[in-house]
Each structure stands twice: as C-alpha cells, then as structure tokens.
Design a binder for this molecule. Structure first.
Ligand SMILES: [Zn+2]
Length: 67
C-alpha cells in the first residue's frame, strides 16, 4: 500500500469564505443554488425562520439574510 490516507492535506480542509457585511461576517455562497440549499439546511437544523438569499453588494457572490 503506497497511499497513506492518514496524511491530511491542508488544501482539503473546507474553510468557508466570509465577507464583512455591517457588523458581522457572513458566509459567502458562490451560486444562488448553493445559498438556497444552505438556507434549507439552516431552517431545518436550527429551526430558524425563513432565510432569504440575496446578491452581495461588495462582490460577485450571495449571502443569506433572516429578514
Ligand atoms: Zn459579500
């Protein structure tokens, strides 16, 4: 066995990109589909209210908003 899967490649650790919006930082979603999926998961997992997806004013990506 030449492959050793125990070695962790740092490039494979998923770290969500974030963007500062007002006083807090928000996770960046690169597509509307990705954001809508994350909103569904958050509503289910955290019983949060409906989350809406919106295009960021500061970059070519999307965020979730609870209002
Ligand atoms: Zn943003």
């Amino acid at each position: 066995m030449a492959n050793r899967n125990k070695h962790l490649n740092p490039n494979q650790i998923y770290e969500p990109e974030r963007c500062w919006v007002g006083d807090n930082h928000k996770i960046i979603y690169h597509t509307r589909e990705e954001a809508e999926l994350a909103a569904k998961v958050a509503e289910y997992d955290h019983n949060s209210g409906p989350l809406s997806v919106y295009k960021c004013d500061y970059g070519d990506h999307y965020h979730l908003s609870s209002n």
